[in-house]
Design a binder for this molecule. Structure first.
Ligand code: HEM
Length: 437
C-alpha cells in the first residue's frame, strides 16, 4: 500500500465551493466548518481559481502574520474598504505601506498618546453627565449611539485639535458627523465620506498658510519626513491617511465600548470591581501613564471584552508565494482567513471559552498562554497602530463613567451579532443606568 505524504495532501474541507466573504452568515459557517474540519481547512472559491484556507491555530497565525508576513498581502477583506480608505495605511501594501507606517508611527508613541488623555477625560466626563441625567429621568440610554459619538469626537480632536471647532463654525456643524450618524457602509456612504477629504485639505492648507502646527496627529503627519529622502508625504496620501484614522479610530473603539457596557450590565460582580477601582482614582485629575499602568480590573475587563467580541473579527490575507502551514503546502495565490472571534474561543487555549472571566488576564495566566492565541489588535508588523490610543481611551472612559453610573443588570441576552467590517450588536444596545455618588 502506498503512503501519501501529508505534504502532498490538501487540508480537509467541504466538497462544495463558496465565497465565504460574501455569505451573510459567515460566522456560523466558519464555526461549523471549524468543528467539522479542525484548525486548518480549505474552501474552494466560486469566483477565484485559488482556494480559501481558514486557519484557527496560534502557530499558523504566527506564521502568516509574523514570521512569514512578507509573503502575504491583505486580500479580499480589504477590497471592501479600499473605496473608503484609498491608499491609507490600512489598505496599502509593500514599500508604500512601509514608508507610510514609518512616517505615522511616532505620532502613536507614548508621549504623543499622553497628550490625548485630557481629550478622553473631557469626552468621558460629558458622557457621564448625560448618562446620569438619563438615569435621573428614568430613561434608557442608547449606548451604541452614545459611544459612537464620543469616540468619533475623541479621534477628531486628536487629529485636528483647535481646527475641529473652526470646521464646525465654517460648515454649520461637524462635517464628520455623518461617520457616526450613518451606520450603513455602502457606496452612498463611501461617496459622502470621500467628499470629507476636501475638509481635511482645507485644514492642511490653512495650517500651511498660517504656519501653525498645533500638537495633534494631523500636524505630526504633515511634518513627518522620510528618513532617507527627506520628503513629506504627498497631500493626496496625507488626506487618505487622515480619513483612514477617522474610520479606523472610531468604529472599532465604539464597537468595543458597546460590548464592554453590555458585559458589565450582565455581570454585576465584575462591574463592582471596576467601580471600586474607578472610585479610588483622583477625581477630576487627568491620569498619566503610571496611574493607568497600576489599574488592574479596568484593563482586564477591556481585554476580556476584546477576547469575546473582537471588533476586527476576521483578517484576510493572500499568499504571494507558496508557504507551509502546519504540514500542508499552501499554494501561491490562496486566500487565508483568520477569525479572531473563533481563535479567542479555542478550547485548547482558553478555559471555559464562552465565559466572561476578566481574571484570565492576570499576568501569570497571560504569561502561560500562547502569545498568538489572542490577537484583537492583530499581530506582526501590520498590527494596529492605534492600540495604545484605543486602550487608554477605553480605560479612561471606563474609569470616569464607572465611578459615576451603574448599569442596571440585564440577563445575559442573546444579542444578535452583526458581522460587517466590525463585529457589533445588530440592533442598537439600550441600557438603563443608576447614578451613583
Ligand atoms: C478597540 C479598538 C481597536 C481595535 C480592536 C483595532 C483593531 C485593529 C486590527 C485588528 C487591525 C489589523 C487589521 C488587519 O490586519 O487586517 C488594525 C489596524 C489598524 N488600526 Fe486599529 N483597532 C482599534 C483602534 C484603532 C485606533 C484608535 C486607531 C487610530 C486612531 C486605529 C488605526 C489603525 C490603522 C491605521 C490600522 C492599519 C495599520 C497598518 O496596516 O499598518 N485603530 N486595527
Amino acid at each position: 500500500m502506498s503512503v501519501v505524504s501529508p505534504e502532498a495532501q490538501q487540508p480537509p474541507g467541504p466538497g462544495t465551493s463558496c465565497d465565504l466573504e460574501q455569505l451573510d452568515n459567515k460566522l456560523d459557517v466558519l464555526q461549523s466548518h471549524w468543528q467539522q474540519y479542525g484548525d486548518c481547512y480549505r474552501v474552494a472559491s466560486r469566483t477565484r481559481s485559488a482556494d480559501t484556507w481558514v486557519i484557527n491555530h496560534p502557530d499558523q497565525v504566527r506564521r502568516v502574520l509574523v514570521s512569514n508576513h512578507r509573503n502575504y498581502t491583505k486580500g479580499v477583506g480589504i477590497e471592501r474598504v479600499r473605496v473608503l480608505l484609498g491608499n491609507g495605511l490600512m489598505a496599502s501594501e509593500g514599500e508604500r505601506w512601509r514608508r507610510q507606517r514609518r512616517l505615522l508611527q511616532a505620532g502613536f508613541h507614548r508621549p504623543g498618546i499622553a497628550t490625548f488623555f485630557p481629550i478622553y477625560v473631557q469626552q468621558a466626563t460629558m458622557m457621564a453627565a448625560q448618562w446620569r441625567t438619563a438615569a435621573q429621568q428614568g430613561e434608557p440610554v442608547n449606548v451604541s449611539e452614545a459611544v459612537s459619538e464620543t469616540t468619533l469626537l475623541a479621534v477628531l480632536q486628536a487629529l485636528f485639535s483647535e481646527d475641529l471647532l473652526r470646521l464646525q463654525q465654517e460648515h454649520g456643524g461637524n462635517p464628520f458627523q455623518v461617520v457616526s450618524a450613518e451606520t450603513r457602509r455602502d457606496l452612498q456612504f463611501a461617496m459622502k465620506f470621500r467628499a470629507l477629504g476636501k475638509r481635511v485639505q482645507e485644514v492642511v492648507d490653512a495650517r500651511r498658510r498660517e504656519n501653525r502646527y498645533p500638537p495633534d496627529l494631523l500636524s505630526h503627519a504633515m511634518l513627518a519626513r522620510d528618513k532617507s529622502s527627506g520628503t513629506a508625504m504627498p497631500d493626496k496620501l496625507l488626506v487618505d491617511e487622515i480619513l483612514t484614522l477617522v474610520v479606523a479610530g472610531h468604529e472599532t473603539t465604539a464597537a468595543a465600548l458597546t460590548w464592554v457596557w453590555y458585559l458589565l450590565a450582565a455581570h454585576p460582580s465584575v462591574y463592582a470591581k471596576v467601580a471600586a477601582e474607578a472610585r479610588r482614582l483622583p477625581v477630576d485629575k487627568v491620569p498619566d501613564w503610571p496611574i493607568l499602568e497600576k489599574l488592574v480590573w479596568i484593563p482586564r475587563v477591556i481585554r476580556e471584552t476584546l477576547r469575546l467580541y473582537p471588533p476586527g473579527w476576521l483578517y484576510t490575507r493572500r499568499a504571494l508565494a507558496e508557504d507551509r502551514l502546519a504540514h500542508w503546502r499552501l499554494p501561491a495565490g490562496a486566500d487565508v482567513f483568520i477569525c479572531s472571534y473563533l481563535l479567542h474561543r479555542h478550547p485548547d487555549f482558553w478555559e471555559q471559552p464562552e465565559a466572561f472571566m476578566p481574571q484570565r488576564f492576570a499576568p501569570q495566566q497571560e504569561a502561560e498562554r500562547h502569545r498568538y492565541a489572542y490577537i484583537p489588535f492583530s499581530a506582526g508588523p501590520r498590527h494596529c497602530i492605534g492600540e495604545s490610543f484605543a486602550m487608554t481611551e477605553m480605560m479612561i472612559h471606563l474609569a470616569v463613567l464607572a465611578a459615576r453610573i451603574r448599569p442596571q443588570v440585564v440577563e445575559p441576552l442573546d444579542v444578535e451579532l452583526e458581522t460587517g467590517v466590525n463585529l457589533r450588536p445588530r440592533d442598537p444596545l439600550y441600557l438603563n443606568f443608576v447614578a451613583v455618588d
